[in-house]
Design a protein around this ligand. Sequence first.
Ligand code: FES
Length: 581
Amino acid sequence: MSNKNDQDEKPKGLENGLTNYGDAGFAVYLRRSFAKSMGFSREMLARPIVGIAFTPSGFNNCHRHFPELLEAIKRGVIARGGLPIEFPTVSLGEVFLNPTSLFYRNLMSMDTEEMIRAQPMDAVVLMGGCDKTVPAQLMGAASADRPAIQIVAGPMMTGTYKTERLGACTDCRRFWGKYRAGEVSGEEIQAIESGLATTAGTCAVMGTASTMACIAETLGMTLPGTAAIPAVHADRLRAAELTGMRAVDLIGSDLTPSRIITESAVENAMRVLLALGGSTNAIIHLTAIAGRLGLKVSLERMNAISDETPVLVNLKPTGAHYMEDFFAAGGMSAVLRELAPLLNLDCVTVTGETLGERITAERDGWINTDVIARFDTPVEPVGGLVALFGSLAPNGAILKRSAADKTLFERQGRAIVFASLDDLAERIDDPDLDVSADDFLVLQNAGPKSPSGMPESGYLPIPEKLARAGVKDMVRISDARMSGTAFGTIVLHVSPDAASGGPLSLVKTGDRIRLSVNERRIDLLVDEAELDRRRSAGEAASAAVQPARGYQKLYYDSVLQAEDGCDFDFLTSERASRSKP
Ligand code: FES
C-alpha cells in the first residue's frame, strides 16, 4: 500500500516547524548553524529527521540498557537515509516516585506530545518500558499525531534463590508475605532482595509493563513480535535497528497514530489484555490512550468481551511462568494467532500490513502450549478481568478474577474500614484490631483525587495476626489501583472515589457489603436514608485536596476518574477540539 500523501510537499528535517523570527530564511540558517555546532555535516542536516524520545534515568532501573538500544535505533535510521536525533523527556521509574508513578503519567504524556510537536522531526521513535512510560508515550504520540513507532524495553531475566526462580515483582510480594507471616527470616529476605531484579528491563511477569508492551504491539504501534523479547537479548537490538529503519519509511506517510489506534484496534487490545490475564492498570491506560483520539472504552463492553475471551497465557502473577518463557514459547505472535477468530483483522499496523496479514504471514510460527494455550484448550474459559457495578461503585470497579480466590466471589462481609493509607499503616497489624478472615477490608481515599493520587495500594496486606494464622486471601475493596504483579480477591478503582465524595466515603466499620462476581455487583447494604444522614452530618470520609500551585494544582483541578483513564479533562480529544478557536 502507498504510505505517501500530500505531506510529501511539506518542509522536512530541520526546515520543519521553524522558530518564528518573521524571516524563514534566517530561521533555517540560524538553526542549521547551531546544529552544525554539534558536528553534523550539511549533507546530514539535509536528511529527514527521526526524533527519538529517549527516556533513560538514574531513577529508572528498567531503562538502564537504553543507551545501547538507542545506538541500534540510530544505526537503522542512518542506514535508511534519515538523521536520528534523540531528545529527553520525563522518565518514570515505577518504584522511585512519590506519591505514585500514575500521578506523573499525564505529565510525561504532555512532555512527549509537546516535544514531538515543537521540535523539527518528521517521525518519532518512542522508547518506553517501565509501567507508565508506554501509555504516556502513546497518549502523547496520539495527541501529536505525527508518524510514530514504539520500541519497548523488554522484560528482565529471572534470578534465583536456592532452588527457586525469582522474578520481579510477583516474587517480591510472595516472599514479603512469607516474611510477614514469619516463614522467611530477616537474613533470607535480604538475600532474596538481591536476586529479584538482576538485569535491565521491565518486571519479569505479566505485570503492567509487560501487559502494556503487548497492548502496544496489538494496537499496531510496535514492530510485530517485539513486545516480549528480553531486554538483554540480541534480538532486541536487532528489533531496535529495524524500528529505526521503519521510522524513516513512515516519513511522509499517513500512518499516524490516529489511523492505527482505531476503535477496532482498541477492542483488539482489550481482548488481548483479557487473554493475557493482564494487569488491571492496563484498563486505565488503554482508556486514556483511546480517549486522546475521542474513543470511549466502556466497562460494560469489557464485561461482554471478557465473557467470550479465554485466558491463554500461563504467566505469573496468575500462572506459572515468566516473560522470558513467554518469549521462547512464541510470544505475542502465538497469542494473536490463537485469538485470531475473535480479532478485528483489518486493523492496519505501523508496518503498513493489517493485523490479519501479519497473522497469515506467521501462520507456521512456534507455540509452546505449556505457556501459551490453544484457543480450544485455554487456561481459563473466560477473561481475566471483570467490571463490577452497584451502590458502592455506581461508575464501576474492577476485579481481576483470574488472580482471585473464587471461593470468595459470592458473599457478604462486614466492612473493616481504613480512612486513608496512614490509617491503614497504623492499624492493620494492631493485635487488638477486631478482624476475621470473613471480613471485607475497605480502604478509602486512595483514588485519583486523593492526596495519594491513586497508588498501587489496593493490595491491602492481610492483617499480621491473620497472616500468621495462615490466611492467604480476603476480600479487599478500595478506590486504589493494584500492581500488575499482585494477586488476591481485590476490588479496585471504585468510582467515584472517596475523595470526590463517592459512596465509598460513606462506609463505616460494621456496615455489610455484598460481592457477587456472577452478577457483576458490589453493593453497600446500608439504606439510602442512613447514607443521606451520614452525608448531611458531614460524616463522609472524603479527603479532597486543593494545592495552590504547580503541577499538583493542575493534577487535582483536572484529573478524571478511573473510567475515564485518569487523564486530564483538557487533554482528551473531545475537550481538545472544543477548546480550539
Ligand atoms: Fe519498571 Fe516493574 S519497576 S516495570
